[in-house]
Design a binder for this molecule. Structure first.
Ligand SMILES: [Zn+2]
Length: 218
């Protein structure tokens, strides 16, 4: 796992750099075309270099979420002999993966992933509530003793399970012992998150203007 080779600080700073330099520019193009602002990257576990970077392409298909598009490009566009095994890679999603993408990450064999924005961020900052909606409506089966309160308090999925371990960058931040370093990176996370404000506006304006997309849930 990552903790064996890369410190939480290295993981955070590398992921933020890749987000700013590679994912955000791609996302700028995507939102203009009517796609959502979700992106992803696959990094080698050895040196955290990006193998594949992709963003949402729902203009083409409602299943081409940033993560799925990234996994597809990783397998389809990278020649097999230069493609690392998924177990030797770390997956990054700009936004906490939805149920489709959790399954995609699992089926592809990635056993470790990180995300910048949580489901609550997607709902509250980006007006995209469907990650939570779908997990609650499709997957959350109440037990006989459940009350609305116990249901609400139950996590929507297992962030640590036999297939993968999932952490937000905020979770990683808490693992940093050095206070100065932790505060420096906390500010960096805030700064990079803010890069998404304008992207969200472009997407929401396109939605209102009726920009064409294959997605049923906008
Ligand atoms: Zn998804």
């Amino acid at each position: 796992m990552a903790g064996d080779t890369h410190s939480p600080a290295t993981l955070i700073s590398t992921i933020l750099r890749i987000t700013e330099r590679k994912i955000v520019p791609l996302t700028q193009e995507g939102v203009k075309a009517g796609s959502k602002l979700f992106g992803a990257a696959i990094l080698t576990r050895s040196d955290l270099s990006p193998v594949t970077v992709a963003t949402n392409d729902e203009k083409v298909s409602p299943l081409l979420h940033g993560e799925i598009n990234c996994i597809q490009q990783f397998f389809i566009d990278t020649p097999a002999d230069s493609r690392p095994a998924t177990k030797d890679c770390i997956f990054f999603a700009t936004h906490e993966p939805c149920s489709l993408c959790l399954s995609g990450i699992t089926w592809a064999g990635f056993n470790e992933f990180y995300y910048l924005f949580t489901y609550e961020d997607s709902r509250d900052l980006f007006a995209i509530p469907y990650d939570i909606d779908i997990l609650e409506e499709v997957f959350r089966v109440p037990g006989p003793s459940d009350t609305p309160k116990t249901l609400r308090e139950r996590p929507l999925y297992n962030r640590k399970n036999k297939f993968f371990t999932a952490k937000s960058l905020a979770d990683l931040l808490e693992e940093i012992g050095d206070q100065v370093e932790r505060e420096r990176l906390a500010a960096e996370i805030v700064r990079v998150k803010k890069l998404y404000n304008g992207l969200s506006e472009t997407y929401q304006e396109g939605k209102k203007a009726g920009v064409e997309t294959a997605s049923a849930w906008k």
